[in-house]
Design a protein around this ligand. Structure first.
Ligand code: SAM
Length: 284
């Protein structure tokens, strides 16, 4: 069996299976063993399992299988299935499920495949759907310990952002609300076949036992977050008043004043804690 970290072997598999990379499915295959090791080390819980999204030719699946009890990988492209049968033949603890991760019932899959085992997610994500996948992994009641994922560097910057910066937004709040976030490594475009047009970064999202803040009503909090960041050029008061869900402009102005904030404050300068307090004050 050839080595999937050798680009020549990747090319030989492409020829053997008449496989062409599908740009539309974000198919950029990793061949950097240092990055693979870093993902495995950050993701795999002792005695636990790993859920992989998009195994491609199986380079990360193989690496995860060496450290984890069980690996389940969900792949949308059926043309990859015969390749994976070959590359994972010597990895009996790896299982491939054909499907779209955005449509599959992940709660059921995790329960059926991993039972009570601790499970993390590990993936080199297809970049065209990074945000919907992350939101899916975070909003459902899924029992993951960690989510260790490679993404476009710009998306990683948005997730890691602090209030006041240009990258701070709804994605920052959604992820930091549920997870502690840390950077694992930067990955240059040259680490992939074919190389993408952007640099990448691996982040480790460790699920919090309780969210960073506890707003009285989570749905109301997230609709406020959506409204705050949908109108970044407007003041907080105008943005929320325009959204039409948070009461009159007078009511919003009075809440903002009572909280000791400037009447012209912009929402994107507020910390997640302050946004939660604002949500509670407007909810009453
Ligand atoms: N894990 C491999 C690696 O690191 O080389 C491949 C990563 S490649 C960036 C993304 C993979 O996700 C591809 O195999 C692609 O076919 C798959 N994919 C794309 N959209 C998907 C979806 N909605 N559900 C499951 N897999 C998907």
């Amino acid at each position: 069996m050839g080595n999937l970290t050798d680009p020549r072997f990747i090319r030989s598999l492409c020829e053997k299976y008449n496989f062409r990379f599908k740009k539309g499915l974000g198919q950029n295959f990793l061949h950097d063993s240092g990055v693979l090791d870093a993902i495995v080390e950050a993701a795999v819980p002792e005695g636990g399992g790993a859920l992989e999204i998009g195994p491609g030719f199986g380079v990360l699946t193989q690496a995860l299988s060496k450290g984890a009890e069980k690996v389940v990988a969900v792949e949308i492209d059926d043309q990859l299935l015969p390749v994976l049968s070959e590359t994972l033949a010597e990895y009996p603890n790896a299982k491939v499920i054909s499907g779209d991760v955005l449509k599959i019932d992940l709660e059921k899959l995790v329960k059926e495949e991993f039972g009570d085992m601790p499970v993390s997610v590990a993936a080199n994500l297809p970049y065209y759907i990074t945000t919907p996948i992350l939101l899916q992994l975070l909003t459902k009641n899924l029992p993951f310990l960690r989510i260790v994922v490679m993404m476009q560097k710009e998306v990683a910057d948005r997730i890691m952002a602090k209030e006041g910066g240009k990258d701070y937004g709804a994605l920052t709040v959604a992820v930091q609300y549920r997870c502690e976030v840390s950077r694992v490594c930067r990955v240059p475009a040259s680490s992939f076949v074919p190389p993408p047009k952007v640099d990448s970064e691996v982040l480790c999202l460790t699920l919090r036992k309780t969210p960073l803040v506890t707003p009285k009503d989570e749905d109301f909090f997230f609709s406020l977050i959506k409204a705050v960041f949908a109108q970044r050029r407007k003041t907080l008061v105008n943005g929320l008043a325009n959204a039409g869900k948070f009461g009159s402009k007078e009511k919003i102005s009075s809440v903002v004043e009572k909280m000791g904030l400037s009447p012209t404050v912009r929402g994107e300068t507020l910390s997640i804690e302050t946004l939660s307090a604002l949500s509670d004050a407007l909810y009453e």
